[in-house]
Ligand binder design. Structure first.
Ligand SMILES: NC(=O)C1=CN([C@@H]2O[C@H](COP(=O)(O)OP(=O)(O)OC[C@H]3O[C@@H](n4cnc5c(N)ncnc54)[C@H](O)[C@@H]3O)[C@@H](O)[C@H]2O)[C@@H](O)CC1
Ligand SMILES: [K+]
Length: 461
């Protein structure tokens, strides 16, 4: 998987900054660099619009003073309003560099553009209600608003809203992404996210999910080398058929649907095998060429479903567990290296007691189960047992419709068969699923994603 922009917690950000200072980087110099990067983005987006910069008491406020000074040198009509005194040496220096008037947040008049430099990663609790209300009012009066590093009031590590938070046109992340840039609800308060490079080294295991690089088949490829996928059917045939069709359009060489419902077809390219009985299912799974097996979509939750799941587990093929399989299985039964695709409810049933942010919980679940976990949602988090994490952003909210999970599960199985690398397959599948949704537009149904998949794949070759 391509390494995307790193995601750092507030503590990781502080140690990354400290490492720079230990290596001789001047701490005020870093603030100047951060402020200059942010000012350049605001200048490009906003030009000469009159601007109000809100500066808080910490280094986020310091960034605000640098931004104000630099915008003014470009001829922008800038005003500054503060909340309290500047409390760090760098922020005091930045404030001293601003030679314009300083207003108070409580009484400052609105402007066309608002720059929120009240709080960043140092926020420890929600804003005072009067301060939060003031921020929301000033933001509502502005036509464009910019959050410096983070919208003030969001918890950087979890993406929770600690107080009322307005919606921002642009959030300028400084040095690295923070979990709150990608995790909901905070992620929903920013229309556009830009990460400004200020020389923070990319050292962490968590990254934003990037567009994958896929390979087209070569001259020596054949259907088995490209990957044979089996989709285990159950009581609800439609879910398995959707998943099998997604697997068939994922780049895999061949897909078999091991049907429990007779021989109802989806696409003619999919081989449907009659595997109604557990014995027949065993026979079908007894094939060393199987590169990925998907079980769960439409499986059912009764004794027959459980027997089918246990048959699958006994064969030891590379596995994707989805939907009903995640409801039937216990954590200790999950084979090492399997891929799990839980939504919130399934995740909570399997791993109820895990603390922390969605990233923390996905990472702990992967470590505990030995599996690759795709913790689904508007902000899907992919975690591996070795600590690697990729977070997908910007997915279409139209995906919240029946059957899209079956399509994702089929895609995951297909990419697993192609790549034989579970973490990579998970990332590729989540990306392609999101891109297919973007291509499908509005009010689509799960079947429409299937039609969009070849173009999504072609775009990544
Ligand atoms: N270390 C550095 O030199 C750099 C820091 N950067 C900026 O610095 C920010 C982090 O700075 P800080 O650690 O100073 O933190 P913040 O500026 O986010 O805020 C910390 C201050 O706010 C107070 N505080 C926290 N929650 C509060 C609340 N709810 N109500 C009132 N006061 C509250 C704290 O006691 C502290 O005084 C980053 O987000 C980024 O904007 C960037 O300039 C890059 C360089
Ligand atoms: K801010």
């Amino acid at each position: 998987m391509n390494a995307g922009t790193p995601i750092l917690t507030a503590a990781q950000m502080r140690s990354a900054e400290q490492a720079l200072f230990d290596a001789g980087v001047d701490d005020y110099g870093l603030m100047e660099q951060a402020g200059a990067a942010a000012a350049a983005i605001i200048w490009r987006a906003g030009g000469l619009r009159d601007t109000l910069v809100l500066c808080g008491p910490g280094n986020n406020g310091g960034d605000g003073f640098v931004i104000a000074r630099l915008l003014r040198t470009r001829g922008v009509a800038v005003r500054v309003a503060v909340l309290g005194e500047s409390g760090t040496s760098s922020s005091r220096r930045a404030r001293a560099g601003w030679d314009g008037p300083v207003e108070q947040l409580a009484t400052a008049a609105p402007a066309t553009q608002l720059v929120d430099a009240l709080f960043g990663t140092g926020l420890s609790r929600g804003l005072d209600p009067a301060v939060a209300a003031r921020l929301c009012d000033l933001s509502a009066s502005a036509s464009h608003s910019y959050a410096i590093d983070l919208p003030s009031g969001v918890d950087s590590d979890s993406g929770a809203l600690l107080s009322a938070v307005p919606h921002f046109s642009i959030c300028i992340a400084l040095g690295a992404l923070k979990p709150a840039h990608l995790l909901y609800p905070a992620a929903g308060h920013v229309r556009r996210l830009i990460c400004a490079d200020i020389g923070i080294p990319a050292s962490d295991l968590a990254h934003q999910l990037m567009p994958p690089r896929l390979a087209a088949p070569g001259p020596d490829d054949h259907k088995y080398r490209r990957g044979l996928v089996a989709v285990v059917g159950g009581t609800m045939a439609g879910a398995g058929i959707l998943a099998a069709q997604a697997a068939a359009r994922s780049g895999a060489g061949m897909v078999r649907r091991l049907a429990a419902d007779g021989l109802r077809h989806g696409a003619d390219a999919i081989v449907t095998q009659d595997a109604q009985t557990v014995d027949a299912l065993h026979d079908s799974l007894d094939d060393a060429r199987l590169a990925a097996v998907l079980v769960g979509p439409g499986l059912g939750r009764d004794a027959t479903a459980r027997a089918r799941l246990e048959a699958v587990l006994r064969h030891g093929h590379p596995l994707v567990l989805d939907a009903d399989a995640l409801t039937l299985i216990d954590v200790e039964q999950i084979p090492d290296g399997a891929i799990l695709t839980p939504h919130e409810g399934e995740f909570t049933r399997l791993f109820s007691d895990l603390p922390g942010s969605k990233i923390d919980r996905a990472r702990s679940a992967a470590e505990r189960s030995g599996a690759i976990v795709i913790y689904k949602g508007a902000d899907s988090v992919i975690a591996a047992p070795d600590g690697r994490v990729a977070v997908a952003s910007g997915s279409s909210h139209w995906l919240s419709t029946a059957g899209t999970g079956d399509v994702l599960a089929g895609l995951v199985a297909g990419r697993l068969a192609v790549t034989r690398d579970a973490f990579r397959a998970a990332g590729e599948a989540v990306w392609l699923h999101g891109d297919a949704a973007r291509r499908a537009g509005a009010a689509f149904i799960a079947d429409d994603l299937l039609a969009a998949l070849p173009a999504a794949i072609a775009a990544r070759l």
